[in-house]
Design a protein around this ligand. Sequence first.
Ligand code: PLP
Length: 398
Amino acid sequence: MTTDFAATKAQFHLPSGVTYLDGNSLGPMPRAAAQRMRTRMEQEWAEMLITAWNRADWIHDPRRIGDRVGRLVGAATGTVVMGDTLSIKVHQALASALALRPDRRVILSDSGNFPSDLYIAQGLIATLGQGHSLKTPAPQDVLAAIDDTIAVVMLTEVDYRTGRRHDMQAIIQAAHRAGALVIWDLAHSAGAIPVNLGQSGVDFAVGCTYKFLNGGPGAPAFIYVRPDLAPMCRPALSGWLGHEAPFAFDPDYRPAGGIDRMRCGTPPVLALAALDAALDVWDQVDMADLQARSATLADRFIAGVEATCPDLTLVTPRDPARRGSQVSFAFDHGYPAMQAIIDRGVIGDFRAPNIMRFGITPLYLDEADIDRAIAVLADVMGNRLWDQPQYHQRAAVT
Ligand SMILES: *Cc1c(COP(=O)(O)O)cnc(C)c1O
């Protein structure tokens, strides 16, 4: 397949005057999403009412759409299911993994992991009350920290701040050699870089769909469990739709056979419609093409910014193979600088303490967008336009 990136760009609504380099945080709206949601609301919800669970097959959306997402991360049909938020999927994967290693007590993550993943681990440790601990070495020290005390290695493949990418295969191999299980969080991988879950041998993977996949704000998360492991997983959130026979209304929980046991309650049917439309665009994309295009655009951005903004320090690896699909710069006044850039129509975001982050998303960004972003950044930095009081006031969401 050769991906036509001009054709994919035409399928997104991008507000006029805006250059959007924040698709790593919230993807823009695919034009078809609005119509798909309208159909779901007006023809399905409004007209079919509760019969739509069968007539529009809402009940199987989490698996059907799970297979569509699964294709993008190299997961076999029937191994991925949608639902809930990523934080909840992290909880489910971690609880199942810990239960599979009852004689071990250490969760190994890293200090660069997204806080919610670490918070979920801390909360689960407290709930279990069995003396588990969470280790968070620096990302580059994870491999050396794997030993036979580790129950679970739980990492996000691409660091949300720096864009640094772990060596997934080396970590899986080392963890399995030490008898540990592995959970990968693909929040900044799915739709950003090629992933091959099936081949990797990973035990669990989770991810969200509102970032690179463009599924819309609050779009449901996904979870993958290695097919031979799934029947052994005890679901911590044992909701009725993960039951073997939900409509038997049996008072006793019995988990469904495979990945369905990672379902919990009623799926977000409206949100799934928007995601389904976004995945139509992804059907036209070859992930190897995407990665090559991302590398080209990111290299152009890095070169342009470094040539014009000496005060910014690149914190993302220069080697495309060692990063995800974002470029980040450190700058002590990163927050006001980002506000000044956004004020001029180039949207990125800021991550404490000092990171200016830019998502490189080839589906709807081209060279002209990158060049415009460089020019605005150069103007803001070169003329200290960020040093104005209105840019220093922190909003609730950065
Ligand atoms: C974005 C992100 C989250 C967010 O979790 P939600 O439950 O969807 O809010 C969690 N973990 C990682 C690694 C993320 O990048």
